[in-house]
Design a protein around this ligand. Structure first.
Ligand SMILES: O=C(O)c1ccccc1NCC(=O)[C@H](O)[C@H](O)COP(=O)(O)O
Length: 215
């Protein structure tokens, strides 16, 4: 089966077009001012128009309040809300009731016990994004280009729908897929030449590596 691929942190028309042409199932836009990938909602809306109907449009937010979410949802009209902060299950329920959109909840993983944080969200979120825990002192809850030990996912119940994330690139994606059997993956730094700068050659290499691993 074809692996779903989310390319996150897009900021240019060229990168959006190439991601979709290469077969991205999801394109992600980051709304977090401290991130080198941060984008204004109106700019993201214009870029997303190029992908609409061809890839799912994902709004990535971090503990956003309702005013912030209103602005993002009305400018971007996303297909999915990725919640990448400390949103509680109650907050996720309230966001789902407000916007009626599927929610992908990001959870940070470093050790086996981190997977226990999945349980309270079961039946509430539509999918999990399992990302590496940020290094100490990082300003960013995501987009740090580091991986977690994928073997931890051996313990995961097979019914949990997740996207594998964290430090994925053309050089490690085959191992990541072989070890986890993930059906959906996400990358950002792994297809960048510098923080926030997507590299079309690295993007091509990433998709090539995914397709090779699927064959
Ligand atoms: O990418 C960011 O700068 C970012 C900032 C704040 C919250 C989330 C962020 N990224 C979310 C993503 O979905 C990234 O693709 C994910 O963390 C993986 O990033 P990377 O390890 O760089 O591939």
């Amino acid at each position: 089966m074809k692996t779903e691929v989310k390319i996150c942190g897009l900021k240019t028309a060229e990168a959006v077009e190439r991601a979709v042409a290469l077969g991205a199932s999801h394109v992600g836009f980051i709304f977090f001012p401290k991130s080198p990938r941060n984008i204004e909602p109106d700019d993201a809306g214009r870029l997303a128009a190029r992908a609409r109907g061809r890839a799912k449009i994902v709004a990535v937010t971090v503990d956003a309040d309702n005013d912030g979410l209103d602005e993002i949802v009305s400018a971007l009209d996303p297909d999915v809300l990725q919640l990448h902060g400390s949103e509680t299950p109650e907050r996720v329920l309230s966001i789902k009731a407000l916007y009626g959109l599927p929610v992908m909840k990001a959870l940070a993983v470093r050790e086996a016990s981190d997977l226990e944080r999945i349980d309270p969200y079961l039946g509430i979120v539509d999918r999990f994004l399992l990302d590496a825990k940020p290094p100490a002192g990082s300003d960013l809850p995501g987009g740090n280009g580091i991986s977690f030990d994928w073997r931890l996912l051996d313990a995961l119940d097979g019914s949990v729908d997740y996207m594998l994330s964290g430090g994925l690139n053309a050089g490690n994606i085959a191992d990541a897929l072989a070890l986890t059997g993930a059906r959906a993956i996400d990358t950002s730094s792994g297809v960048e030449s510098a923080p926030g700068i997507k590299d079309l050659t690295l993007m091509e290499a990433f998709f090539e590596a995914v397709r090779r691993a699927e064959a």
